[in-house]
Write a protein that binds this ligand. Structure first.
Ligand code: M6R
Length: 369
């Protein structure tokens, strides 16, 4: 049931405040995160780890990338993401101090399942972040942290993505509590950010009308670029993937710092570029770097669409369009920043008369290697 929306994807974008609230429910008590499924795994396991590998494919891998920044910062363990289908072939170094976290909406993605089995066979502890109750991957793992985002029908993942990031953040905060790596103040601040997320998502979802207009004007666009730094980088990759999947246009996401190392040569008159701008309050250095990137591409003729936090006027002289989102701490911004990018892909796909929910050549879950 599309609940009155024109597509499942539209409904699912709109469902995100509830999806995220459901991921958090029962896991945040008195400002502390405790995930019962991880407590069952044993605190000793989490105290002992010296490395975390996140494995996933597609959108789930961008959720994983976003998670690396937060988990590493909070739990002080090195965290990396590997694509499931690359993982086994590199003969990875795995020890009894490695923790593997798989991320999969369906819990049936064959490449991810094979990577989990490979790790389990080598004695590695595995946690599954999954949206589908009793799917194969959580059953093959030592612990399952369900996202509880509700069934996702559209091929393009939206609510599962933000729920995956939220679940990874909860895992990071759980591990940080067990390892004692965060101050009381930091813990409190993170809990506060989690508490406020569903409400902020409501405001992010309300960017729909503005973004729909933008997409309408841009219906003939043949290529769109996305730039981001730090946690804005995976958001840029995700924004580009959404456009490829459902609007069938060339789209690429870049780390803003890479511009000068090649991609800036792509900037030509009228080239649309979405720029994900970090908060000037909580990430002032990154913010000023991204504003310089905007100046550089604008000077070469780019059409800049800036995604900023409300009140940030620094980009106004250089941006053609500005999309404003509620205030959030730097690590929590990507959860909100992806929402206008989801709307943009949906509206561009609609403007081109395409099937938003069932894009050509794609299946909801990829159960072959
Ligand atoms: O079910 P999974 O989360 O394991 O699926 C992984 C990818 O196939 C999936 O995220 C894909 O990239 C989506 N269609 C993205 O919208």
């Amino acid at each position: 049931d599309k609940g009155g929306w024109s597509s499942f994807m539209a409904k699912e974008i709109n469902d995100q405040p509830d999806a995220v609230a459901n991921t958090i429910r029962g896991r945040l008590h008195d400002g502390q995160v405790e995930i019962p499924e991880l407590t069952a795994l044993g605190d000793e396991v989490l105290r002992n780890i010296d490395r975390i590998i996140i494995i996933a494919c597609g959108t789930a891998s961008y959720a994983g990338m976003t998670g690396t920044y937060a988990i590493e910062q909070w739990a002080r363990v090195p965290v990396e993401v590997q694509l499931s289908h690359e993982f086994r072939y590199r003969d990875p170094v795995l020890t009894d101090r490695t923790l593997l976290i798989s991320v999969s909406q369906s819990g049936e993605t064959m490449d991810t399942l094979m990577a989990v089995k490979y790790a389990v066979e080598r004695g590695v502890k595995t946690i599954s972040v999954c949206n589908t109750q009793s799917a194969t991957i959580p059953r093959e793992s030592h612990a399952a942290v369900y996202t509880h985002a509700g069934p996702e029908v559209a091929v393009a993942s939206t609510k599962a993505y933000v729920a995956q990031i939220t679940a990874l953040y909860l895992i990071g905060l759980h591990i940080a509590r067990v390892r004692g790596t965060m101050s009381a103040e930091e813990t409190q601040q993170a809990a506060h950010q989690l508490d406020e997320l569903p409400e902020k998502f409501r405001e992010a979802v309300a960017t729909h009308e503005q973004v729909a207009q933008l997409a309408h004007w841009m219906a003939d666009t043949r290529s769109v670029l996305f730039l981001g730094r730090h946690v804005g980088y995976p958001t840029a990759l995700e924004g580009a993937l959404k456009l490829k999947e459902i609007a069938y246009i060339h789209a690429e996401g870049f780390a803003a710092g890479e511009l000068k190392h090649g991609p800036i040569a792509l900037i030509d008159h009228g080239q649309p570029v979405f720029v994900i701008v970090p908060s000037p309050r909580t990430a002032p250095i990154m913010h000023s770097k991204v504003v310089s990137n905007i100046q550089e591409i604008r000077a070469r003729g780019a059409r800049v669409i800036a995604i900023v936090e409300v009140g940030d006027t620094s980009v106004l002289p250089y941006a053609d369009d500005v999309i404003r989102l509620p205030l959030a701490d730097a690590l929590f911004e990507p959860l909100l920043q992806v929402v206008p990018l989801q709307w943009f892909a949906l509206e561009l796909s609609t403007a081109k008369g395409l099937d938003v929910d069932q894009p050509r050549n794609l299946a909801k879950s990829v159960t072959v290697e």
